[in-house]
Write a protein that binds this ligand. Sequence first.
Ligand code: HEM
Ligand SMILES: *[C@@H]1O[C@H](CO)[C@@H](O)[C@H](O)[C@H]1NC(C)=O
Ligand SMILES: *[C@@H]1O[C@H](CO)[C@@H](O)[C@H](O)[C@H]1NC(C)=O
Ligand SMILES: *[C@@H]1O[C@H](CO)[C@@H](O)[C@H](O)[C@H]1NC(C)=O
Ligand SMILES: *[C@@H]1O[C@H](CO)[C@@H](O)[C@H](O)[C@H]1NC(C)=O
Length: 472
Amino acid sequence: ITCLYIYTFVFVFFRSKSEPPLDKGVIPWLGHALEFGKDASKFLNRMKLKHGNIFTVRAAGRYVTVLLDPHSYDAVINDSDSLDFTRYAQVLMERIFNLRLPHHQPAKAKAMMKKHFLGMNFGSLNSAMGKHLQALLKAEMPQNQKDWKEEGLFNFSYSLLFKAGYLTLFGGEQNNNGTDPSSVYEEYKKFDGLLTKMARGTLKPEEKRTAQSVRQRLWELLAPAGLTEDSGSSPWLHAYRCLLQEEGADKETQKKAILMQLWATQGNVGPAAFWLLGYLLTNHEALAAVKREMETSETSLLNGPVNTPVFDSALEEALRLTAAPFITREVVQEKTLHMADGQEYLLRKGDRVCLFPFNSPQMDPEIHQEPQKFKYDRFLNEDGSAKRVFYKGGRRLKYYTMPWGAGTNGCVGKQFAINTIRQFVYMVLANYDLELSDPNAQIPEINASRYGFGMLQPEGDLLVRFKPRNTH
Ligand code: HEM
Ligand SMILES: *[C@@H]1O[C@H](CO)[C@@H](O)[C@H](O)[C@H]1NC(C)=O
Ligand SMILES: *[C@@H]1O[C@H](CO)[C@@H](O)[C@H](O)[C@H]1NC(C)=O
Ligand SMILES: *[C@@H]1O[C@H](CO)[C@@H](O)[C@H](O)[C@H]1NC(C)=O
Ligand SMILES: *[C@@H]1O[C@H](CO)[C@@H](O)[C@H](O)[C@H]1NC(C)=O
């Protein structure tokens, strides 16, 4: 027994030499959790200066190995046998959505999603989205309106895109449970505000009650979505419902799963459109370039391929500055990680591995000069084509920006999201005069508490004013 005790003692307190440097933080158990939650980007930069491109930190009882060398990311992204995606996803699913899927087949759900968002339905999804966007914009700002209307650009972008996406995927007008999509948005915004705390398990008792009641209301609002084929929701949602039923999920569980899909499909697009429009409105040259391309573009936006390299570069640049997901995997069997520089490190079973592409490649000054600055043509070559060649340490990078994740678990909705944002931005720029309320206003600061959870959000909002464009 003594031997076993000593063995355990040694095993727990001394990690072997070939493992990444360990930084436990000063607070027992919690470790670095507080600093991590407050501003993960700053914290990970500090750790990188101290330890280098790979290190292990302790946060809330877990050991998390952080890898910040983009040349070595493939070693993590490629190895889905030793580094599992679903386990940590399930932990978050339970914490945020109170959801446990019995007999869940993630591969099947994903294949189905691919079929609908990349395959044959892509065109009809885009045109449905376009129609809803147009109708919502008109309702928001009738063509006969003469006066300027003032609004926060973040709320404007998020609410319009959320409502259009909700109507397109979760239910046509006949299926809003008798409710206006605005009330779904209002409830969703409350939920969104508590999301990071739910994920970290740091809700205060009062916030916990709010979270529960908001979640309950959203479940009720979403209850009929996708139930029947003619419910007015997208074919994808109906097929997803059928899969859940096949897997033996009861009605309660189904509602929770639908809320999770609402988050996955609507949580990032609105904030992304906000940052792009915000950067354009605060950079005259960029706005002029995007407008020029839009006006000369002969391609129809609803059907067929589009060729908008200037817009694409501006969006890529906005996402480089504001998309900040963690890419997290759980080590399910011991693994030796081979770094690009030839170093090898042992990853321990049960630990987590985390990539944070926001710090590198996205904000890495060695890859992107003046990384804090919005340069709409950063992803354009001199001849106007898309630029895909970037270097770090003299070697060409496979990953020079990663807003969509990568590998088999990368974003399924990427093309749909890009098309949606393009339609939205073009519609607004073509039909409205849109300008900053204060011509000298700057893009708002980033809310640092959201690093790690997809698209970042601003602190406060950017006031803009708009009115229908006088086209005569
Ligand atoms: C600007 C908008 C968006 C951004 C920045 C974004 C970003 C991401 C990222 C980074 C991931 C990967 C997470 C990881 O590797 O751990 C992801 C996954 C995913 N995204 Fe998106 N996304 C966006 C819009 C959308 C839309 C519109 C849809 C659906 C229509 C969608 C559906 C999904 C799904 C289903 C997954 C999970 C893939 C899996 O289970 O492996 N996303 N997204
Ligand atoms: C990862 O997988 C891709 C495609 O399967 C392959 O081209 C690449 O060489 C792999 N990289 C590593 C580091 O294993
Ligand atoms: C948010 O935007 C919607 C639609 O654009 C608008 O009706 C609502 O009043 C706005 N809310 C706030 C708090 O500005
Ligand atoms: C930052 O985001 C958190 C979580 O969404 C929220 O609770 C907080 O109010 C936000 N802060 C500001 C200044 O917007
Ligand atoms: C929505 O519909 C479900 C079932 O059809 C019902 O139980 C629920 O009360 C409705 N919610 C609202 C807010 O009308």
